[in-house]
Design a protein around this ligand. Structure first.
Ligand SMILES: Nc1nc2c(ncn2[C@@H]2O[C@H](COP(=O)(O)OP(=O)(O)OP(=O)(O)O)[C@@H](O)[C@H]2O)c(=O)[nH]1
Ligand SMILES: [Mg+2]
Length: 298
């Protein structure tokens, strides 16, 4: 009881987002062990925050492994920025980059062809050494909830791995054979041990890559409105029926939508949760919240 009270109090005063459950610590250790076994590393990022959801350490963990980056959930991001980010990540990460989406079945062939291409040198070397041919081994890594398991299921054509719209659905590694030629290792989403970059942590919370109990949804929704109002003011105001001059924030949205408590008080918690879920489902619009200028990449 006391612990729950303390936790609630701490949550109220603590603005810092920190989430690092036990299964992730274990997954991080296993990831390093398994990296040596694979021919190609596939990293899935969220196209809405391609830089905030990217591992900055992959290249140093496996410097000589061919790397394929999938910019997934592109059906929810701003298409004007998809290509820009794909080109930047190609250069910055020395990787092949494919823009993907769960709904786009055409990218299956592009992904499998790229896996074959990226592994061909290793596979040829094996043959030259007289080793028996074996399936290409790849490992799918990425932050929680970016769509790793869904991508694997799409490639296999069956629901072989568990998926879900929250962080931390995959709890342990699982090998899946997608064809005679390719095996994929699904891994639990891993988030950096210390979330010292709160700008990045907040963006990960927007897209549900951080467990819900690690942040205050009102604070995160407030931040989301601020960013959307800065980058996409027209779309945001249009969705909530605001005109140019009206100030848009959680309170004004609540009052306009009549999400109110007793005595005409705006229901901020309800409003925050609705805004977050509408954003996550792409109902407000298609937005990319990372910008190259922000990271001095161009
Ligand atoms: N709109 C959209 N939703 C997607 C896409 N890919 C995956 N999803 C949804 O995103 C959620 C997370 O997908 P998962 O495949 O479970 O994500 P994961 O990376 O395996 O997550 P963890 O196992 O928690 O690390 C699910 O609800 C999927 O249906 C996509 O391209 N577009
Ligand atoms: Mg998963």
């Amino acid at each position: 009881m006391l612990k729950a009270k303390f936790k609630a109090f701490f949550k109220r005063i603590m603005k810092h987002i920190h989430w690092y459950p036990g299964h992730i610590a274990k997954a991080q250790k296993q990831l390093k062990e398994k990296l040596n076994l694979v021919d190609v590393v596939i990293e899935v990022v969220d196209a809405r925050i391609p830089y905030s959801s990217l591992y900055k350490t992959t290249a140093s963990l496996c410097p000589n492994k061919p790397r394929l980056i999938l910019m997934n959930k592109s059906d929810l991001s701003d298409e004007n920025y998809n290509k820009i980010w794909a080109n930047l990540l190609t250069k910055k990460c020395n990787a092949e980059v494919i823009i993907t989406s769960l709904k786009n079945k055409k990218d299956i062939k592009i992904i499998t062809d790229e896996i074959s291409k990226l592994s061909s040198e290793t596979m040829n070397k094996r043959l030259e050494k007289g080793l028996l041919p074996r399936a290409i081994r790849t490992m799918v890594i990425g932050m929680p909830n970016v769509g790793k398991s869904s991508t694997i299921n799409k490639l296999v054509g069956k629901a072989k791995t568990k998926t879900g719209a929250k962080a931390g659905v995959t709890r342990r590694q699982q090998w899946v054979r997608i064809s005679e030629k390719v095996e994929l290792l699904d891994t639990p989403g891993i988030i950096p041990t210390i979330q010292d970059n709160q700008n990045q942590a907040t963006k990960l919370a927007f897209v549900n890559s951080v467990g819900e109990n690690a942040y205050d949804s009102t604070q995160v929704a407030q931040e989301l409105i601020k960013i959307l109002n800065n980058l996409y003011p027209n779309e945001l105001k249009k969705y909530f029926n605001f005109d140019d001059k009206e100030e848009i924030n959680l309170e004004t949205i609540a009052l306009k939508r009549r999400w109110i408590l007793k005595e005409e008080k705006p229901d901020i918690t309800r409003t925050a949760n609705i805004i977050l879920s509408n954003y996550r489902e792409g109902r407000i619009g298609n937005f990319t919240l990372d910008r190259p200028e922000e990271y001095e990449l161009i």
